[in-house]
Design a protein around this ligand. Structure first.
Ligand code: ADP
Ligand code: MG
Length: 479
C-alpha cells in the first residue's frame, strides 16, 4: 500500500520538492544550487528510488556529501523507500531504449560506466531532462520542475501575452481557451510556462488530475500500446484527465497513426470540457507534417507566441537568476551577457551558471567583466559564427548582383524574386528562425517563405548549376 502511494508522479514530485526545500535550508543556497538543484527524480522500483545526476563528477560528490541525508529525510517521509541510487543522466538518456523493467540489470551496468566530466553543465536544463519511459513506473505524466513556476518567470514585452494567457488558464475555474497553444523557438519559456500552469492548478486544487507529457512520450506510449495490442488501456488512461498538456507537438509531424490517436484523445477531452495546453516550435498553421484537420483543431482556441528576447528581458532574467542564486552580478557583466547572448534564455542561463560556477568552484574570486569574457571565450566564439538572416540577405544579394533593398522590396521580376527565394530558403536552412520571423525580414508573410522554400527545393533538383551556386553560398555563410 505504501509503495502504491508513492507511485503517483505528483506525490513523488511533491516529496522531492519538500526534500529539496529542507536540504536548501540545511546546506545553504550556494551548495544547494551547485550540487542538489541539478538532481531529478527518476524511476522507483523494489524500494529503490533512482535519482538522476548530470555528470559522474557530481554523482561522486553528491554520494559522499548528501546521499545519507537525502535517504534519511525521504525514508522518514515515505517508508516505502528503502534505498537511493544515483544514476548519471547522460548515460541514462542514451540507454533510453533499454530502459524498461525487464532490462534493469543491464541499465545498472551501463549507468556505472564513467560519463564524460562536465561540471559546468547547466543545472536547470538537467532537472527535467529525464522524461524517459519507466520514470515513475509507467505513469502517464512526467515530473514537473519545481523551479518552473510563475514566480520564477520574468515577464517582458516579448512574452507578456503568452504569460497572461497562461495565467488566465491557470487561474480560471472554467475552461477559458481551449486549447491554449503556445509556440516559440527553443529555450524561450514554453515548457516553463506549462509547468507553471500545472503547479498553480495543483496548488489551487490538488485533486485535479493534470497530465504533462512530451509529444515524443505520447507517441512512444501509443506505439507501445499498439505493439502490445493494448490501445483500449492507453485510451482509458486519458479518460480521467482534467488538464492535458502536450509539449513540443511538432515531433508528431509525419507520424500519422499517432496523430490520429491524438486527434481522438484531444476531441474527446475537449468535448468533455477538459483543458488542453499544447506547445510547439511553430504556429498551428505552420506545423509541418501535421494533418490539416488537427492543425485547425489546434488553432481553434487561443494561440500565443513568445517572441525572441529583447535586451530588457535578458537583463531582467540575468538579474533575477543571479538573485536566486545569491550572487552579486555587476551591471557591466550583466550588460555584456545580455548583449552577447541573444539566442535564447536557456543559453543565457547556461552562460551565467558557467560564470558563477567558475567564480565559486575554481577561483572563488569575484565576478568581473574580464573573467566573464575569459570563461565564455569558446562559447562566444562559436556564437559569433552563427549566421543571421541579415548576412544571408547580404551575401545572396551580392552574389546575384542586386541590392538588399531590392531583395526586401515588392518587386516580382525574376531577377529579384529568385534571389529572394534563395535567401529565404537559406535562412530556413541555416538559422533557427521560424517561417513568420523569416517572412518579417523580407516584409512577407510565412506562406510566401514556405512557397519559396518548396520552390528552391524543386529548383535544386532540376537545375544543377543553380544547385551549385546555392551550395557555394551555403558554404560561404556556414564557414
Ligand atoms: P522552451 O520549452 O521554449 O524550449 P524552456 O521553458 O525550457 O524553453 O526554457 C528554457 C530555460 O529558460 C528554462 O530554464 C527556463 O526556466 C528559462 N526561462 C525561459 N523563459 C524564462 C523567463 N521569462 N523567466 C525566467 N526564466 C525563463
Ligand atoms: Mg520545451
Amino acid at each position: 500500500m505504501a509503495e502504491e502511494a508513492i507511485l503517483t508522479d505528483t506525490s513523488v514530485q511533491d516529496q522531492w520538492g519538500q526534500i529539496c526545500n529542507q536540504l536548501k535550508a540545511e546546506v545553504g543556497d550556494t551548495a544547494f544550487e551547485s550540487w542538489l538543484k541539478p538532481l531529478s527524480v527518476g524511476s522507483f522500483s523494489d524500494g529503490v528510488m533512482n535519482i538522476c545526476v548530470p555528470t559522474r563528477f557530481m554523482r561522486n560528490w553528491v554520494i559522499t556529501h548528501y546521499s545519507d541525508r537525502i535517504h534519511k529525510i525521504w525514508e522518514k517521509k515515505n517508508p516505502a523507500i528503502k534505498n537511493i541510487n544515483f544514476i548519471v543522466q547522460a548515460i541514462q538518456e542514451e540507454s533510453r531504449s533499454l530502459y524498461n523493467p525487464t532490462c534493469r540489470s543491464l541499465l545498472k551496468k551501463i549507468t556505472s560506466t564513467p560519463a564524460p566530466q562536465n561540471i559546468y553543465q547547466s543545472g536547470s536544463a538537467n532537472i527535467f531532462a529525464n522524461n524517459n519511459e519507466g520514470t515513475l513506473n509507467d505513469s502517464l505524466s512526467v515530473p514537473l520542475n519545481p523551479q518552473y513556476t510563475f514566480d520564477n518567470f520574468v515577464v517582458g514585452k516579448t512574452n507578456e501575452f503568452a504569460y497572461a494567457a497562461a495565467r488566465k488558464v491557470a487561474e480560471s475555474r472554467n475552461v477559458s481557451f481551449n486549447p491554449l497553444f503556445l509556440y516559440s523557438g527553443v529555450g524561450l519559456g514554453k515548457t516553463h510556462l506549462m509547468h507553471a500552469i500545472a503547479w498553480h492548478i495543483k496548488q489551487q486544487d490538488p485533486t485535479r488530475n493534470i497530465v504533462y507529457l512530451s509529444a515524443e512520450k505520447f507517441m512512444y506510449k501509443f506505439v507501445r500500446a499498439l505493439r502490445y495490442k493494448d490501445t483500449t488501456a492507453f485510451k482509458e488512461q486519458f479518460r480521467s484527465v482534467d488538464v492535458l498538456m502536450v509539449d513540443d507537438v511538432q515531433f508528431m509531424g509525419g507520424k500519422d497513426t499517432t496523430q490520429e490517436e491524438f486527434f481522438y484523445t484531444f476531441n474527446s477531452l475537449i468535448e468533455e470540457g477538459r483543458q488542453i495546453i499544447i506547445s510547439a516550435d511553430k504556429s498551428p498553421a505552420d506545423l509541418e507534417g501535421i494533418e490539416s484537420r488537427l492543425k485547425s483543431r489546434l488553432g481553434c482556441g487561443l494561440v500565443a507566441d513568445i517572441h525572441p528576447t529583447d535586451f530588457d528581458l535578458r537583463m531582467g532574467i540575468l538579474n533575477n537568476k543571479a538573485q536566486q542564486l545569491g550572487v552579486e552580478l555587476p551591471t557591466k557583466v550583466a550588460e555584456f551577457l545580455a548583449q552577447k547572448i541573444t539566442s535564447n534564455i536557456r543559453e543565457l542561463e547556461g552562460a551565467l551558471r558557467r560564470v558563477i560556477a567558475h567564480s565559486q568552484l575554481l577561483s572563488d574570486k569575484e565576478i568581473t567583466l574580464d573573467m566573464t569574457q575569459d570563461v565564455l571565450k569558446d562559447m562566444l566564439r562559436s556564437y559569433d559564427k552563427r549566421t543571421t538572416i541579415d548576412e544571408i540577405q547580404k551575401k545572396v544579394a551580392e552574389h546575384f548582383n542586386i541590392s538588399v533593398k531590392e531583395m526586401q522590396s515588392s518587386r516580382r521580376a525574376r531577377t529579384v524574386a529568385r534571389p529572394r527565394q534563395i535567401a529565404m530558403y537559406l535562412a530556413k536552412q541555416l538559422t533557427s528562425r521560424s517561417l513568420p520571423e523569416i517572412g518579417r525580414k523580407f516584409d512577407r508573410d510565412h506562406t510566401t517563405v514556405m512557397h519559396a522554400v518548396r520552390k528552391v527545393e524543386e529548383l535544386i533538383i532540376e537545375d544543377a548549376s543553380l544547385a551549385e551556386s546555392i551550395d557555394c553560398l551555403r558554404r560561404a555563410l556556414d564557414a
